[in-house]
Design a protein around this ligand. Structure first.
Ligand code: IPE
Ligand code: MG
Length: 221
């Protein structure tokens, strides 16, 4: 969800207004994704690197996160399954408890799974998976040769979530920025200069259409 800060700057507003607008858009786009029949949608809400931002911006993002965790109840009524991925231990106990609650209450739904990556980093996720593997070896549960791709896949924060088909990055940058690096190994990429708060239902449909025209070979011919 990139480009919130620039969206605000263009209007002479503080960056946090861009984040507020971006959060509103997250609701609109999620509902449209469900209407289009998308089964999984993952948002990069806050990265392991985003703590480097000025404290007042980090605080504004945390406040927004807290507010939106309450608003997720609306999505529960619409039968969205909610998941959080990332190193959640860095959030306050209050935020963590809210996240756990939403996951638990929505676990029974299967129309669309909405995954929110919060304090997420792909490298952090892989280091975490390696630690879990080392613990299994140390406990004598597995041998080093049992650490296969399938084994590691199940140690990721996304354990039971399928790999990524399409990455959409708004905001004009053409990079992955540590997002779902394992899961995106064979993803298709769609970049657009549109800033996230301006990213419309139509933009989502356009990205899906472009994706449908791609010929995916997964290393085959
Ligand atoms: C949103 O956009 C990313 C979040 C951390 C929520 P940015 O804050 O990166 O906006 P730009 O790139 O500065 O415009
Ligand atoms: Mg940015």
């Amino acid at each position: 969800m990139d480009g919130n800060g620039r969206w605000a700057k263009k209007r002479g507003l503080p960056r946090k207004f861009g984040h507020r607008e971006g959060a509103k858009n997250f609701k609109k786009i999620s509902r449209h994704a469900k209407a289009l029949g998308i089964k999984y949608i993952t948002y990069y809400a806050f990265s392991t690197e985003n703590w480097k931002r000025p404290q007042d911006e980090v605080d504004a993002l945390m406040d927004l996160f807290d507010k939106y965790l309450d608003q997720i109840d609306g999505f529960l009524k619409e039968e969205f399954r909610i998941r959080f991925i990332g190193d959640l231990s860095k959030f306050t106990p209050k935020l963590r408890e809210k996240m756990r609650q939403k996951e638990e209450l929505s676990a029974k739904y299967d129309s669309i799974t909405m995954i929110i990556a919060a304090n997420y980093g792909g490298r952090d996720e892989l280091a975490h998976a390696a630690r879990l593997a080392a613990e299994d070896v140390k406990a004598g549960l597995i041998a080093p040769e049992d650490i296969t791709e399938d084994y590691l896949q199940k140690k990721l924060y996304t354990e039971d979530i399928p790999n990524v088909d399409l990455i959409i990055r708004p905001g004009g940058e053409q990079r992955l920025s540590n997002f779902l690096i394992w899961q995106s190994a064979y993803a298709e990429y769609y970049f657009t200069d549109t800033l996230w708060p301006d990213f419309s239902k139509n933009d989502l449909e356009k990205a899906v259409e472009v994706y449908c025209e791609r010929n995916r070979r997964f290393g085959g011919v």
